[in-house]
Design a protein around this ligand. Structure first.
Ligand code: ATP
Length: 287
């Protein structure tokens, strides 16, 4: 059997708090293949970002560990690029310079200035942002800034792309557009992607696998659902596809039946959040 590209084995994460040790994760085991698109989904506070931060090397697991291509992860590295929800661009640098900063970090020695320039433009073109290369983050919209964040991550040629709710703050149309771009870019580049999302439809549409996490404390992998839908995927045709609908229901069942949180069914909150329609039937069901 071939070795997994990325492997988390027996990962436990305990945080020291004023009230003592808080065990956020307990015995997380995951094997991810090269080029797989994996989503992490689970209720707020279950430990998704903690898992992502361990893979990013920003947090060190209390027990167990994470191996990437045979090497243990102990620190951040350019082969694992992170895209956060709030894109985190340097406000005083232009779009071009923001991407260049990351490219220099990885390719300063390997690329000439001219090569770097065309590589940066290529990546900005991938996300349709080459036209705004000389603008500063304050002069572009949130969706555009998020696209630059993705271009910056892709420009590092990471073998693993880690995304923490990358589209969470965007309006529905921008989000749909970026999801489609990400699917086609990822198919071309074959990066491994781990993405945190609260959006059930986003998870099913984009993923090869959905990892559903149990509620914390001591969260673990509850279910591991393979999404066998042909690519390229089209959101409009899939909306009526029985297999797509089945996967969607499996995730909703996990979140709202098996891992139901008491506050999610408080009558006043339900009424306020969803009006007269069922939250479960809404097309953009969120956790
Ligand atoms: N540095 C820390 N110190 C103490 N507790 C922490 C720390 N970081 C995270 N936690 C706790 O660990 C648990 C998991 O947090 P985490 O941010 O990973 O959850 P999440 O699933 O990503 O949440 P959300 O969906 O709301 O972003 C939470 O209970 C959180 O309060």
């Amino acid at each position: 059997m071939t070795k997994p590209h990325l492997e988390l084995t027996g990962v436990e994460m305990a945080f020291d708090t004023p009230k003592g040790s808080f065990v956020a994760l307990d015995n997380i085991n995951l094997k991810i293949k090269k080029g797989e698109f994996v989503s992490l989904i689970g209720h707020s506070g279950c430990g998704k970002s903690t898992v992502l931060n361990i893979v990013a090397g920003l947090l060190q697991a209390s027990k167990g560990g994470c191996i990437l291509d045979g090497h243990e992860i102990n620190a951040p590295g350019p082969e694992r690029a992170v895209v956060f929800q709030n894109h985190a661009l340097m406000p005083w640098l232009t779009v071009y310079e923001n991407v260049d900063l990351a490219v220099q970090q990885v390719f300063r020695k390997a690329m000439t200035k001219q090569e770097r320039r065309s590589w940066i433009h290529h990546n900005l073109e991938l996300v349709n942002m080459a036209h705004a290369a000389n603008k500063r983050p304050g002069e572009i919209s949130g969706g555009m800034a998020q696209r630059v964040g993705i271009a910056r991550a892709l420009a590092m040629k990471p073998s693993v792309l880690l995304m923490d709710e990358p589209f969470g703050a965007l309006d529905a149309l921008t989000r749909a557009h970026l999801q489609d771009s990400l699917m086609s870019i990822q198919q071309d580049l074959n990066n491994t992607v781990i993405m945190i999302t609260h959006d059930v439809d986003e998870a099913v549409l984009l993923s090869d696998r959905i990892i559903m996490m149990t509620n914390g404390p001591a969260a673990a992998v509850g279910e591991d659902l393979a999404i066998n839908l042909e690519r390229p995927r089209n959101r409009v045709t899939l909306a009526d596809d029985p297999t797509y609908v089945h996967y969607r229901q499996e995730v909703l069942k996990f979140l709202y039946e098996k891992q139901r949180k008491l506050e999610n069914i408080a009558p006043h909150r339900n009424k306020k959040a969803t009006g007269t329609t069922s939250k479960h039937s809404a097309l953009t069901a969120k956790t």
